[in-house]
Design a protein around this ligand. Structure first.
Ligand SMILES: Cc1ncc(COP(=O)(O)O)c(C=O)c1O
Length: 405
């Protein structure tokens, strides 16, 4: 076993010595080889072989995975190893980091090479990756809720929950059971709700993926992706594939990721609480006459779903993204310009709140839809900001746009 791999307690079955928040600060300490308290930034792509000639072993006699030390940063590096140790502890499996969320999804599909991919509802970028695989391998794409008999052994079911851009949840256990009864494999894209919000392994996921560009990075300043598996053999195969696909995370991003992951639990809980309060407030306002009802059609968020499994699955809290459908396209285009605290931008997961007229980046989305990524600000301030913007919209003090309301 490589000395760089953390054995997650969820895999070994041994109880973790400390709780998740403590592990986010300390789980990578066994890899620290300097006296610095803060992890250093390692930028080297290449690492010295041993000076003692008797310790040199030819590649044909030593499988790459048995290497005693870092060799070349496409295989491993001090920074990515530390981040992988932290994430292995927090995400409850063997974590490997990639250059982006899409690179991680691509790596999962290359590894599994399914004849069919079931899962119509997921992030449009992942659809782009799936289309490339269909072009290269003939992989057939079938709906998430296809007749269960259509699933064949070795097929992949790809479930994104909560769903981008709505923030609504899907029942992981239901889709895990469906997949497993037919010999298929379940990938869960859990980007919108990392632990402590939900752990898809608890409900039967085989592989969990994250865009680390979102909550793991948490500061809108790094791109990254993660695949997590419970099975060590799969971890090694994915690692070997990554070595040749080349989609490894960069050294600087790994350092940013490690720095950010320390506060992942704190940030995500605050963001989840803020989003749940805002979605709840909006939904209450929609039930009565007033400025919110004048301009908003509907609010979507897992916290507003009534099914019993939602609370059980998201026992740590609901995701920090929700969606607002406005009464018209013009209102949707105009709301971001009236907000002071929400930047009008794509992406999500950072400490700062964002809002996006989603049709700007997603060709298949309603032109009345706004996606809100809630940050760590005080929720009452965010509510105040929404309220003043709705008041302006209700008075039709709109930014002059070409088009009619
Ligand atoms: C749910 C989900 N999965 C995957 C991705 C892709 O991640 P990245 O942008 O890091 O490639 C995104 C990006 O928005 C996403 O929202």
């Amino acid at each position: 076993m490589s000395k760089f791999i953390l054995q997650p307690s969820a895999v070994t079955g041994n109880p973790a010595k400390y709780t998740a928040d403590t592990n986010l600060v300390h789980a990578d300490e066994f890899l620290n080889d300097v006296i610095d308290v803060a992890p250093p930034i390692h930028v080297s792509t290449t690492f010295r072989y041993p000076r003692d000639p008797s310790k040199l072993v030819a590649a044909k006699d030593l499988p790459l995975e048995d290497a005693e030390d870092h060799v070349y940063s496409r295989l491993s590096s001090p920074g990515t190893a530390r981040l992988e140790a932290l994430l292995s502890s927090h995400l409850n499996g063997y974590a490997l980091v990639y250059s982006s969320g899409l690179a991680a999804f691509h790596a999962a599909l290359v590894h599994l090479n399914p004849r069919q991919l079931s899962g119509s509802l997921f992030y449009h970028g992942c659809h782009g990756v799936a289309d490339i695989h269909s072009r290269l391998t003939g992989m057939k794409q079938i709906p998430l809720d296809c007749p269960v008999e259509d699933l064949q052994p070795g097929d992949v079911v790809h479930l994104e929950t909560p769903l981008n851009p709505l923030g609504t949840a899907f029942d992981i256990k239901y889709y895990a059971d469906r997949a497993h009864n037919r010999g298929a494999i379940l990938i869960v894209d859990s980007t919108f709700a990392p632990p402590p919000l939900q752990d898809p392994f608890e409900f039967g996921a085989d592989i969990v993926m994250h865009s680390a560009s979102k909550y793991i990075g948490g500061h809108s300043d790094m791109l990254g992706g993660v695949l997590v598996t419970r099975d060590l053999k799969t971890r090694w195969k994915l690692w070997e594939d990554r070595l040749y696909l080349g989609g490894v995370m960069g050294n600087l991003e790994a350092w940013l990721g490690t720095r950010s992951a320390r506060t992942l639990g704190l940030r995500v809980l605050r963001q989840s609480e803020n989003a749940t309060k805002l979605a709840g407030w909006l939904s209450e306002e929609l039930a009565k006459e007033g400025v919110v009802k004048d301009v908003v059609e509907v609010v979507k968020h897992a916290s507003l779903q009534k099914e019993e499994w939602v609370g059980k699955q998201m026992k740590g809290g609901f995701g920090p993204v929700f969606a607002i459908e406005m009464k018209s396209e013009l209102l949707a285009k105009t709301l971001p310009s009236h907000l002071e605290l929400f930047a009008h931008a794509t992406s999500l997961g950072g400490v700062e709140s964002l809002i996006e007229w989603r049709a700007m980046s997603d060709a298949h989305c309603s032109t009345k839809l706004l996606r809100v990524s809630v940050g760590i600000e005080n929720w009452e301030d965010l509510k105040k900001d929404f309220l003043q913007a709705f008041e302006k919209l209700a008075k039709r003090e709109t930014v002059v746009l070409n088009g009619t309301d």
